[in-house]
Design a protein around this ligand. Structure first.
Ligand SMILES: [Zn+2]
Length: 448
């Protein structure tokens, strides 16, 4: 019987196992071998091929019919995979998760890919994911994701740190005129001219074993991401825009972005804009209470209390549990278990001095002079957009310029690459340092 000691990238393919290893059976001699067998212990070899010891192991080494994506469900294979992926300077990354019954998402599958390998890692089957976390934290390996924040939040909750560095193809696409917040499927269609299978988008990722179709659907999420990444990266480099993205990408990996924020939870309650004064104060306390409770019990917010209920409580400010009974959104169980505490929170809101009530920013309507100035800035924005071959709507919009004129300095055009490209010039115009100059049918931005 042959004992195999070091497995590299073991995959199951129908009734066969395929792997490479450094400790070959004597019959094969020294070196790194790729082996296809009908079982691992004992090894019944049906195919062997010697591959050079110092070439990084890659898909090209597999026989033609062995193009299956890897399915990794043990810690050793995961370690081998991550060691291989850590040799590159980037890795495509995506996750499938479930968040219906918990506050923190439950990680169900992690898809990884480089130029040679696509792998679906099963976190439900592997207790020790430290090799994966080490790869995700490796500063030499850029993690390529599409619309990264949700995936990053999940890893932050699991690892205690945010994977870094990252490259978000959705953000990169917005800089190249593909439109804001473009979906992965749409971007793949535009860049790779491929229609993705959408049939599994509502699939149950906790089920085991996953069906072949589920795995290939999940693998597609990184398969095309690789080409999208290369294409966008090349376009950014050609336009010398790569460095513009650094601020956006660094903002994405700030841990504070993924920390629960009970103090500001009220801002995320739907239709909170309808409340005024002490009602907003009550909402702030109630939303904060709900957030703490959801985190400590690891349950979805809406299981603790719905947005509608928080809104009704803040609007009507009940003083007793009996008052609460008239609210359609408050069921008997909620009043029984939480009623007393809710009443206290509402009393606390009423006792809070008005200076401490949260304020909603409301922009006053603009006067005629301010309105004309918005037009002037709008003309400058159009000029910069056309000079830089970027979609105007990706750069700014009239609403934002109205806010800017109204004194809001938190607008996107004053941040990151939009600031570099346009925001700095808008401020210079407002400060009287630059102006638009029309000469010989050409519009220019002139420094005074
Ligand atoms: Zn996915």
């Amino acid at each position: 019987m042959i004992k195999v000691t070091t497995l590299t990238l073991a995959i199951k393919q129908e009734s066969h196992y395929c792997f490479a290893y450094h400790s070959p059976p004597k019959a094969l001699g020294e070196g790194l071998w790729l082996v296809k067998t009908t079982s691992i212990q004992p090894v019944r070899i049906v195919f062997t091929r010697q591959i050079s010891d110092n070439t990084p192991f890659s898909k090209q080494h597999w026989p033609v019919n062995m193009t299956h994506d890897l399915y990794i469900d043990d810690a050793d294979s995961l370690q081998q995979l991550c060691a291989t992926l850590a040799q590159g300077d980037w890795v495509a990354l995506d996750t499938e998760f479930l968040r219906e019954k918990t506050y923190r998402a439950q990680l169900c599958l992690v898809q990884l890919g480089n130029a040679d390998v696509i792998a679906c890692v099963d976190p439900l089957a592997i207790d020790d994911l430290s090799a994966l976390y080490a790869l995700l934290s490796n500063p030499k390996v850029t993690k390529v994701l599409h619309a990264a924040s949700q995936d990053l939040e999940i890893f932050y909750q699991a690892m205690g740190s945010v994977p870094a560095p990252v490259f978000d193809t959705q953000i990169a696409a917005s800089l190249l005129g593909y439109g804001d917040q473009i979906g992965y499927g749409k971007l793949v269609e535009l860049v790779c001219d491929t229609q993705l299978d959408k049939s599994q988008s509502r699939t149950d990722w906790t089920r085991r074993p996953l069906r072949e179709q589920q795995i290939s659907y999940a693998a597609d999420d990184v398969r095309y991401l690789r080409d999208v990444y290369h294409q966008l990266k090349a376009e950014l480099e050609r336009l010398q825009r790569s460095h513009w993205l650094q601020d956006d990408f660094e903002a994405l990996v700030q841990a504070s972005k993924y920390e629960p924020d009970p103090d500001n939870a009220w801002r995320r309650v739907r239709q909170h804009q309808r409340l005024r004064g002490v009602q907003l104060m009550a909402l702030k306390l109630l939303a904060s209470w709900r957030e703490h409770k959801a985190v400590s019990k690891d349950r979805p917010r809406k299981w603790i209390a719905s947005d509608d209920l928080l809104l009704d409580l803040s609007r009507t400010l009940p003083a007793t549990c009996t008052d609460m009974e008239s609210l359609r959104s408050a069921d008997a169980g909620f009043i029984k278990h939480q009623g007393q505490h809710i009443i206290q929170l509402i009393a606390q809101a009423k006792a809070t001095p008005s200076e401490q009530w949260p304020q909603l920013k409301r922009t006053a309507p603009l006067g005629p002079a301010q309105d004309a100035m918005v037009d002037y800035l709008w003309a400058a924005a159009k000029l910069k957009a056309s000079q830089n071959q970027i979609t105007l709507s990706n750069l700014t919009n009239r609403k934002e310029l109205e806010k800017l004129i109204g004194g809001d300095d938190q607008v996107a055009v004053l941040k990151s690459w939009r600031y570099t490209l346009l925001g700095a010039d808008l401020l210079a115009i407002l400060n009287g340092e630059k102006r638009l100059n029309w000469r010989d049918n050409t519009l220019e931005l002139e420094t005074l």
